[in-house]
Design a protein. Structure first.
Length: 262
């Protein structure tokens, strides 16, 4: 009996000194640590995919656009390029984004074949919507972890999956969103839902993951939807023919390639 009492007392002391049990250890993450895991999850050295972009207005009228996209991580810079292949009126349009490891903001370009001109997207234009979709040019870039303050504000299940809820508040005072809130899968470290709030603190739009699967061992989002509440407009993105680590050449990510197309 005395041995049992001593054992219980010893375990109680350990819990008091450490402040947590083995079960709660995995939950003891703050907002920044959770978002670090999202940023640092395995995404492969490069990826190429077919994308269907479907624009849906408040009357449920649909417009479909088909793209081919490529991206590759070169270490100090991650490069992404996408080419519109249909419909005919926008075929040949291309967009390129370079995201840097250092403090520089993303560099972005768009090529409009009708004008035969490549336009550099300025910082002032990054809040503009991309090709009639509900994604801004800024949404298409890579926001750095250090650009926001991250706070864990709760936990919730989405479609049976346990998620952390993390509030992300930009350090930049005049940023286009006053905050975003992300629901992060606790075992896959992908965002399953993200809310964007305007500068008045009102909900602007919501990005929701509808489907994902493992491709070459990498969790890949293959169906997502961005719903703009204030415009009652929706953009559906579906990926197909996804391939990782194919050895995409750096020559793919150039202004010359933007004009040449795929």
């Amino acid at each position: 009996m005395r041995k049992n009492i001593l054992l219980i007392s010893f375990m109680t002391l350990i819990i008091m000194l450490t402040g947590f049990t083995v079960d709660t250890l995995a939950e003891d993450l703050n907002g920044r640590e959770i978002m670090e895991k999202v940023y640092n999850r395995e995404t492969g050295e490069d990826r190429e995919a077919e994308m269907n972009m479907i624009l849906v207005n408040k009357f449920d009228d649909e417009r479909e656009r088909v793209l081919k996209q490529f991206n590759r991580d070169f270490g100090e810079v991650e490069k992404k390029i996408m080419f519109f292949t249909a419909p005919q009126d926008i075929r040949g349009t291309s967009f390129m984004n370079w995201s840097y490891e250092d403090e520089r903001g993303d560099s972005q370009w768009i090529y409009l074949p009708a004008l035969r001109k490549i336009k550099r997207i300025s910082a002032e234009n990054k809040s503009d919507y991309f090709m009639g979709s509900d994604f801004t040019y800024d949404d298409l870039g890579e926001r750095k972890l250090e650009e926001d303050n991250h706070k864990l504000i709760g936990n919730e299940k989405i479609n049976g999956e346990e998620c952390y809820i993390v509030e992300n508040i930009p350090k930049e005072e005049d940023y286009m969103y006053s905050k975003t809130i992300t629901w992060v899968s606790k075992d896959k470290w992908i965002g399953l839902k993200k809310e964007f709030y305007d500068n008045d603190g009102k909900l602007l739009k919501t990005l929701t993951v509808k489907d994902y699967k493992k491709i070459d061992g990498i969790v890949t989002i293959i169906h997502s939807e961005m719903y703009n509440k204030q415009k009652d407009h929706k953009t559906i993105l579906k990926l197909d023919e996804v391939e990782y680590n194919t050895g995409i050449s750096e020559d793919k990510f150039t202004e010359r390639q933007m004009k040449m197309g795929i």
